[in-house]
Ligand binder design. Sequence first.
Ligand code: PLP
Length: 408
Amino acid sequence: MSGLYEEALEVMPGGVNSPVRSMAAIGRDPIFIERGEGAEIVDVDGNRYVDWVCSWGPLIAGHAHPDVVAAVQSAAARGTSYGAPTSRETDLAKQIVERMPSVQMVRLVNSGTEATMSALRVARAATGRDRIVKFAGHYHGHVDGLLAAAGSGLATAGIPASPGVTQAQAADTAIATWNDRASVEGVVDESVAALICEPLPANMGLVPADDGFLDFLREATERVGALLVLDEVISGFRCQLERPAADLVVMGKVIGGGLPLAAYGGREDLMRLVAPAGDVYQAGTLSGNPLATAAGLATLRLLDDDAYARLRATSERLATGLAALDERVSVVWRQGLLTPFFRGTAPRNYDQARACEIEAYAAFARGLLERGVYPPASQFEAWFPSLAHTDEHVEQAIEAAKAALSEL
Ligand code: PLP
C-alpha cells in the first residue's frame, strides 16, 4: 500500500472523497494523480495513462484544455466568488437554454445531486404529490429518496440501498424496470409527482432505451398528470439524443468544464415556482460560481458540429476495436460514451447488467492499468472518450485490451 493511501485512510472514509475512486471493485488500491494533459493522466509515481474516465464526464475537452485553463485563470484573478450576480451566469444560462431541448429557464447549482434533489422539490410543489418513480440501475446522485437500486457506486459496492434513508423517504420512491412497459404501468398513477430517468442510462454501464420507450414514458406520465424529469447529467451536451419533451431537466458535468457546476431547468411555469420568483426554496453560497461558469462557457464554445462528429468517430473506433477482440464482450456505444460488458449479449436492464462477469471486468481493468490505459474501475460505469483522444490513444487502448483479455 502506498504511503499516500495509508495517510488518506487515516483521515477520510476509505481514503477517498467518492467511493468508486477507491478501485476496491477491481481489487486494487487507488491511483493518486499528479496531473492531467489532454487525454492522458500522470500518477504520483510518474506512470502515464490514456484516461478513459476523464473525471467521469465533465472533461469532454480533455484535461487542462488551454481555453478552459485561460478562462479559469482570468476569472480567478478577478475574485473567486461574490455571492452576487455576474453576467457570465446569464451567458451560461442562455447557452443551456439554447442547446438543451425543453429548458426554457434554468437555475445553476453545484452538483448533480443538488440538481436532482431540487428538481424533485419543484415537481412535488407543482403537483402537490409526494411519490417519485425511478428505474433500477439509474443513478441520480446521492439524494436520500433516490438511493434505492441506484446503480453507479452502489452497484459497484454491491449496496442495494443506503442505511440512513428514512422509511418515509424510501416509501415515497417506487422502482420500475428499464425497458419494461408493464413495470412502469404498475407504478405510475395519480399519486406520482414525477418519473425521473436517465434518457441514456450510463450508471449500470450504458443501457440505452429500446425504440419508443422514452416516448412511452412521456405518454405514461402525461396520462396521470405526473412530470417527466430527464436526468441529463451524463448525456447532456455530450450525446445528440432523440428526446421526448420533458417537464424538467437535470444537467451537470460538461456544463461545468471540470469545475463544480450543475443545473436544473425546464418549463418556464415550473421554474417560476423557484425562489425568489416563487416560494419553492433553493439556494447556494457558491451557485453560479465565477470560475465554474468561466470553465463551462469555455467548454461549451468548443462543442460545435465538427467537435461532436470527432467525438462520435473516436467513440465508434474504440467501441468497434474492442468489440472485435473477444466474443465474451458486448460493447455498447453512443457518441461520447461506451461500455464493454463482460456478457455475450448487451443488457437491457439492471438485472441483466448485474449478471455480467464482474470478476472478468475487474481483471481486464487491472490488466489495462498495467499497460498504461485507465478505464473506469467498475463494470457499472461508462467510458468517456473526449475531444483530446487521438487515433493513437484508441490504438493503444485496443492493443492493451487485446493483451489484457488474452490473460483472462
Ligand atoms: N445524475 C447522473 C445521471 C449522474 O451520473 C450523476 C453522477 O455521476 C449524478 C446525477 C450526480 O451528480 P454529482 O456527482 O455531481 O452529484
